[in-house]
Design a protein around this ligand. Structure first.
Ligand SMILES: [Mn+2]
Length: 283
């Protein structure tokens, strides 16, 4: 049995089919871990969502910012929709309710049963240990699995940003920080204050007080190998006990599967599906 961590799909199903064939993925014995952002911007968002859901126990996924954006669009939060969104086929699909119900109940973090490997969409802030992070992720998943999920997404997730963490943070602001950290973060300070505007590769980012979340010297979650996506300008990176898997499938780069058992990367190249002009980032 092998575990493959697969980078952001963002509605690109054909490269996924090609990649699974290339690695000879066996759903009876292997596990596919999707780093989230299954949908949006690419042409096959509906097909990707159905495909991963139908993989059943052979697949695990975590929620990314584009997945939250889909949930918000389903609930009629129109304010943040962009021209580059490709979510309408999902919203008009006969099985939309079933797909959304499945998606909203997915976790923010996945831990391997045997090995010290965890997967998140964007990252784990430096002030949290992995076990604390799992607890915070569970708080949000409990909300997302309850009838209050729609109130959280519609009224409390967007708009005013919660950038700073302290353990006593409570109510909707606490859940908002937790989602922002797991699903949107790239740069932050040592206490986990989030910076939302910087997206470039760390080599190109100077004159800032912020570091990539994984580069903080006293980061408390170094006891696990952390797999994540979300950061396409970072590309394939294995350092700091973290493994970046968003290799820009949507932008004409590659779709990557990282085999945790052999520590090898497998990839297929992708046609460019995205609008050549960078679109504003979904929340
Ligand atoms: Mn993302």
């Amino acid at each position: 049995m092998a575990t493959y961590v697969i980078g952001d799909l963002q509605g690109c199903l054909d490269p996924l089919i090609e990649l699974l064939a290339k690695i000879e993925f066996d759903p009876q014995h292997d596990q596919a871990w999707f780093v989230g952002d299954l949908v949006n911007r690419g042409p096959q968002s509906l097909e990707c969502l159905r495909y991963v859901k139908n993989m059943g126990d052979a697949a695990k996924t975590v929620l990314g910012n584009h997945d939250f954006h889909l949930l918000a669009s389903y609930l009629g939060v129109e304010k943040y929709r962009a021209k580059s969104d490709t979510l309408d086929p999902i919203l008009q699909a006969p099985d939309v309710d079933e797909l959304i119900n499945w998606l909203r109940q997915q976790p923010l973090i996945v831990k391997h049963e045997l090995h010290p490997w965890v997967m998140v969409h964007a990252g784990i802030p430096p002030q949290w240990s992995c076990s604390e992070a799992a607890g915070y992720a569970q708080e949000v998943q409990d909300i997302m699995c309850s009838p209050r999920w729609s109130e959280f997404i519609r009224d409390h997730l967007f708009g005013s940003k919660t950038r700073s963490w302290y353990p006593e943070l409570s109510g909707w602001a606490r859940y908002r920080y937790i989602v922002n950290a797991f699903a949107r973060m790239r740069y932050c300070d040592a206490k986990g204050q989030l910076e939302f505007k910087l997206k470039a590769h760390p080599r190109k980012v100077t004159h800032t007080d912020y570091l990539p979340w994984f580069a903080h010297p006293h980061r408390r979650n170094k006891d696990q190998q952390i797999f994540f996506g979300h950061w396409s300008t970072l590309g394939a990176m294995d350092a700091y006990q973290v493994h970046a898997t968003d290799t820009g499938c949507l932008w004409g780069g590659e779709l990557t599967a990282y085999c945790t058992d052999t520590q090898t990367r497998h990839s297929v190249s992708c046609p460019c599906y995205a609008d050549p002009k960078p679109a504003p980032q979904a929340h």
